[in-house]
Design a protein around this ligand. Structure first.
Ligand code: FAD
Ligand code: NAP
Length: 342
């Protein structure tokens, strides 16, 4: 065996590499910390089936993975451009997302503070256009650099080419499984003056703390506090965050439901469409805190399915299907998983 073959290992447990804490094995497994190593691994891979993994915080393994899993460890934060108002940072796709947020807080670069404490890597952030507390990462992304798997050539996608949408991008659809994201360039504000605090409990927490002079550090602290109080920490209870996307339904459908369920919340997204919080639907259908074997619906946030101890991925999947069926029966709304299921 030469040294290149040594880079790929066989029959590796993925348990340390997914936040659900599911024990599934990868037939082949390798890590890369540079584009060169990635290219080498791609040329050496023994299977067609390939899975790129970052922090494993948006995946559910329901069986062993028979293909090759490659773990992204490309690091680095580089200033690539600067003007009076903004700074451009090119960030390695394997950097932990919250590490980048902390770097920006330290340097007072504004734009991603509302996205504090989201698990995972920088490279996965454009995949589903991560969002929280009224901010989406698409608003700070200038370009995404990615290696085309078939040709092993590096391509650059500007913001428009990424076709960002609500928890969507071109990489999840038209270009699914075709590219490995290797770096993301962000444009951030050097002296932040625009803040987003209208959403959820942010303003409430800031008021409680007596903060009237807004800054990105205070916003980040408020977001972290709210998240820690509501969401299960994957280090303690395995989970993948929101299991389903918030469904978008027609206003006609919503009005019909509202006459039956007057407290049903909604947020307008287009002239004839509204977004309904999936967590509310699931909670009202009686699922909050329910347990089926080792799979459960979290007791504080019904949108999060949890591994209550050595659950198998297929148990979590089975529970998710029951939840989906019950929501469809009660509200005629189809919930779509946000999580990537393998
Ligand atoms: P992974 O789970 O490793 O991968 C996710 C998908 O992207 C997979 O299909 C994978 O193949 C692909 N992928 C990963 N890296 C690359 C790459 N470099 N190139 C090509 N494809 C790649 N999400 C939100 O949007 N907002 C939230 O507020 C939020 N909160 C969360 C809270 C908790 C407790 C948890 C567990 C999850 C939360 N998530 C949230 C979901 C998740 O953290 C994000 O989707 C995150 O961006 C996933 O990053 P990752 O590196 O873990 O991706
Ligand atoms: P929340 O504040 O209790 O709100 C419930 C839902 O209502 C959210 O999903 C949110 O949609 C929507 N919402 C609330 N206020 C809104 C407003 N002013 N305008 C538009 N939509 C509004 O939600 P939470 O569970 O505590 O989560 C807080 C934030 O973190 C949310 O943005 C959520 O998306 C994000 N989060 C995401 C994940 C994940 O895995 N994807 C996990 C945990 C938290 P949106 O989801 O569209 O924002």
């Amino acid at each position: 065996m030469n040294s290149l073959n040594n880079m790929i290992q066989e029959d590796i447990s993925l348990k340390p590499f997914n936040t659900f804490g599911i024990h599934a094995k990868a037939r082949y497994f390798g890590t890369f910390d540079s584009i060169e190593t990635l290219a080498t691994l791609l040329s050496q891979k023994k299977t067609q089936e390939l899975l790129l993994l970052g922090g494993g915080s948006n995946v559910l393994f329901t069986k062993d993975y028979e293909g090759t899993v490659l773990l992204n460890l490309i690091k680095g934060i580089k200033k690539v451009q600067e003007d009076e108002k903004n700074i451009w940072l090119k960030v390695g796709a394997g950097e932990p997302w919250h590490y980048l947020v902390e770097y920006c807080l330290e340097h007072n670069y504004g734009g991603i503070e509302n996205l504090s404490l989201i698990p995972g890597t920088v490279g996965a952030a454009p995949m589903q256009n991560i969002g929280a507390y009224g901010v989406e990462v698409k608003d700070s992304i200038v370009q995404v650099e990615a290696l085309e798997i078939a040709t092993q050539t590096l391509k650059t996608f500007d913001n428009a080419a990424c076709a960002f949408g609500y928890r969507e991008s071109v990489f999840k659809h038209a270009l699914k499984n075709q590219y490995v994201i290797t770096a993301v360039t962000f444009r951030l504000a050097k002296n932040p003056s625009r803040f987003y605090v209208e959403y959820g409990a942010i303003q409430e927490v800031l008021t409680q703390k007596g903060i009237s002079q807004l800054n990105i550090q205070a916003i980040s602290q408020a977001v972290c506090e709210i998240r820690r109080s509501k969401l299960p920490d994957p280090a303690k209870i395995g989970n993948g965050g929101s299991f389903f996307k918030n469904p978008i339904i027609s206003t006609t459908h919503y009005e019909k439901l509202k006459s039956q369920y007057p407290l049903m919340p909604c947020y307008p997204v287009a002239e004839n469409e509204v977004k309904v919080p999936a967590g509310w639907l699931i909670e009202q259908a009686g699922w909050k805190g329910k347990q089926e074997g080792k799979a459960g619906v979290h007791h504080q946030q019904a949108l999060v399915l949890v591994n209550l101890g050595n659950a198998q991925g297929k148990e979590i999947l089975a529970l998710s299907k029951k939840v989906q069926a019950s929501i469809f029966e009660k509200y005629q709304i189809r919930l779509e998983p946000e999580i990537n299921i393998f």
